[in-house]
Ligand binder design. Structure first.
Ligand code: SF4
Ligand code: SF4
Length: 381
């Protein structure tokens, strides 16, 4: 493993020790070699530093395939439980590499943090709207003419605070992933083929496919449910982002002011995206409810559920706003929706949402290593 660019991160923790214990057993066993990208990456190394383990943890997609295949999984005394151990280690890597570093602490109480941010952002937007608007404006049925939304929340108040928070969140996610990349000794960024492979694997969630038969979503049977629901959530979120970006260009370049008709692209993309996010968030939550909790980390559950809830309410309030925008409910729905959107933007860099950036960095590193390094035998030669 390259020692260049190593930053002064991780300290050996229980999560690191548990992951090292398991991966050393895996490296001798190698039964799961074809399951996902973790095992081919593991076979390139003889020893595993703390940062190597953080890299492998971020390559793991938590499909649980190795847990149900493993003869050393609990109740065996070796206690090999990679999906659970890697999940806890991943969370530590997010905290260790967070930017600004002081905010990394937010990951330690993630469920509470996401909930407080949600409540605070929602309350703030609601209070501001109440202070700025008379009840007549807030609860009146507005004609859907250009600028109708801005009668409730002025354009400047809607665009600037949200743009600043969103850009800060993107910067924080980028800096965190960059810190992670540098800390794990990543190099070879100019390899176009590796980029293509990593992008393909990320966009298709190849490592949740279990080589074709799917993963162990709720127990031993294989299914594609988790992969499809994750796709619904990811592509739904992307469509909503695209809708907002298009709205920005419509406004500033086309001079077309929201709200738009139902057949305009921002509304079509936003509606499809919102439906995808609702299906994805509810479905992933349901898998948590009915799934075997042995390969999951119970201490991370609160943060994961809080984030799914936040994604769900952002999408649902957006869809409700579209459905009831010509009624007297529009003012309150707009304020509530924007409150949840602000909470999501604030939570983005300090919640599990960062996993996309870290996982992509790990996939890229794995693709580069597969081209440039040779596997080490199970005997270490
Ligand atoms: S998870 Fe278990 S079966 Fe799979 S490689 Fe590791 S030790 Fe072997
Ligand atoms: S849980 Fe799935 S993705 Fe993670 S190491 Fe095991 S087989 Fe690989």
């Amino acid at each position: 493993m390259s020692e260049t660019n190593i930053l002064p991160v991780p300290r050996s923790t229980e999560a690191v020790a548990a992951a090292r214990h398991s991966i050393e057993i895996c490296n001798a066993c190698r039964y799961c070699e074809t399951f996902c990208a973790v095992f081919p990456a593991m076979t390139l190394q003889r020893e595993f530093s703390d940062t190597d383990l953080g890299y492998l943890a971020n390559l793991c997609h938590g499909c649980r395939g190795c847990f149900y295949a493993c003869q050393y999984a609990p109740p065996h005394e070796f206690g090999v439980n990679l999906p659970q151990q890697f999940a806890e280690l991943r969370q530590e890597t997010y905290a260790d590499h967070a930017w600004p570093p002081a905010l990394g602490k937010l990951f330690h109480k993630n469920g509470v943090v996401v909930s407080i941010l949600t409540a605070a952002a929602l309350a703030l937007v609601l209070i501001l709207v109440m202070v700025l608007q008379s009840p007549d404006t807030l609860f009146a049925a507005h004609e859907m003419v250009p600028g109708a939304f801005y009668k409730v929340i002025p354009f400047g108040m809607m665009v600037w605070p949200f743009s600043i928070v969103f850009l800060f969140s993107l910067l924080a996610i980028f800096m965190g992933a960059r810190n992670f990349w540098r800390a794990t000794g990543g190099e070879g960024l100019s390899q176009g083929q590796s980029w293509m492979e990593a992008i393909h694997d990320a966009l298709t969630l190849k490592n949740l496919g279990g080589g074709g038969h799917g993963c162990n979503d709720v127990g031993e049977p294989f299914s594609q449910a988790r992969r499809r629901l994750h796709h619904a959530l990811f592509y739904g979120f992307s469509l909503c982002f695209l809708a907002t970006t298009l709205g920005f260009f419509y406004h500033h370049l086309g001079g077309w002011i929201a709200p738009y008709g139902v057949f305009r692209l921002p509304v079509i993309f936003g509606t499809l995206g919102g439906i995808g996010m609702v299906i994805g968030s509810v479905g992933l939550f349901w898998l948590k409810v009915i799934g075997d909790d042995e390969p999951t980390s119970k201490k991370l559950l609160g943060g994961e559920v809080a984030l799914l809830f936040l994604l769900f309410v952002v999408a649902l309030t957006g869809l409700l706003l579209l459905a009831f925008r010509a009624t007297g409910a529009m003012g309150m729905l707009l304020a509530i929706h924007l409150g949840f959107v602000m909470a999501l933007f604030l939570a983005l860099p300090y919640s599990r949402m960062v996993h996309g950036a870290y996982r992509f960095a790990a996939l890229l590193r794995a693709a580069i290593d597969q081209r440039t390094r040779k596997p080490v035998g199970a005997d270490g030669n």
